[in-house]
Design a protein around this ligand. Structure first.
Ligand code: ZN
Length: 259
């Protein structure tokens, strides 16, 4: 039914795809495989073959081949067009919605949910040469996400506390933001998002303790539902030393209050 030809943008700025693959990244994106199977089905089959999970907040980059994201954008656009039609919006004569399906598809795949489709940002780790073992606090880091229940925006801030051990590998400060962005650019549930981030940091840095506090506005409470403009959600994860040592936890939380 969607007869409109959607232009394939091959030259759009692809978010740093650090693929080590030898395949040239700029090959024409097939929307369907040779057998006419939609690309999403092809990708899903690869995931299922590995018995991997593909929940909204999972990253599936390893199952996507170079060039396929463009094809996925086109497939989503086609289905988004059908949604607009079902909403009885005249996308033919309404110039505002003429390319909305393509715009929304691109926004989902290449921007706001991009953390599902691209590989983890590379984190250069360096040894803890000065053997730091003092509390470090990084933040506030801006968080932009969306709830996986309604796909409504979640906008907030995150603070990360790290207590490195003398043996910990450290990562550059900007990497905390990149890693946070990668996790948050997926449909998320705040409680799960912070846990995922904490797991990742524990694995990368192997610290004595990690603490994360997230404070966010949930637009599904403000734009719809109870329409409570001031509702916020704050939650935290405490790991290792932050869990055992109440003084350390207090120090971390008191430093956040000063911001
Ligand atoms: Zn929601």
């Amino acid at each position: 039914m969607p007869t409109k030809k959607i232009p394939t943008k091959t030259a759009s700025k692809a978010p740093s795809k650090k693929s080590t693959s030898v395949t040239p990244a700029k090959k024409a994106a097939p929307k369907k495989s040779d057998s006419g199977t939609p690309l999403s089905v092809v990708i899903r089959r690869r995931i299922l073959a590995q018995k991997a999970r593909f929940h909204a907040n999972d990253n599936i980059a390893q199952f996507i081949q170079p060039g396929e994201l463009e094809g996925l954008v086109d497939e989503v656009a086609e289905k988004m067009q059908a949604v607009l039609e079902s909403l009885v919006i005249d996308t033919e004569s309404d110039h505002n919605t003429k390319n909305t399906s393509q715009r929304v598809a691109k926004m989902f795949v290449k921007e706001v949910f991009n953390g599902r489709y691209v590989e983890q940002p590379t984190l250069t780790k360096f040894p803890n040469v000065s053997r730091l073992n003092e509390l470090m606090i990084i933040g506030p880091i801006t968080v932009r996400s969306a709830c996986s229940h309604h796909l409504c925006p979640i906008m907030g801030r995150i603070w990360i506390g790290v207590l490195p051990s003398k043996e910990s590998a450290l990562i550059g400060l900007s990497k905390y933001s990149r890693l946070t962005e990668w996790v948050m650019c997926r449909p998320q549930i705040q409680e799960e998002a912070v846990v995922e981030l904490a797991d990742m940091l524990e694995k990368k840095i192997k610290p004595v303790g990690v603490a994360i506090v997230m404070d966010a506005d949930h637009f599904c409470m403000q734009w719809r539902g109870v329409k409570d403009r001031d509702s916020k959600m704050v939650n935290s994860v405490m790991r290792g030393a932050f869990l055992k040592d109440s003084n350390l936890r207090r120090e971390f939380l008191s430093l956040l209050d000063k911001r």
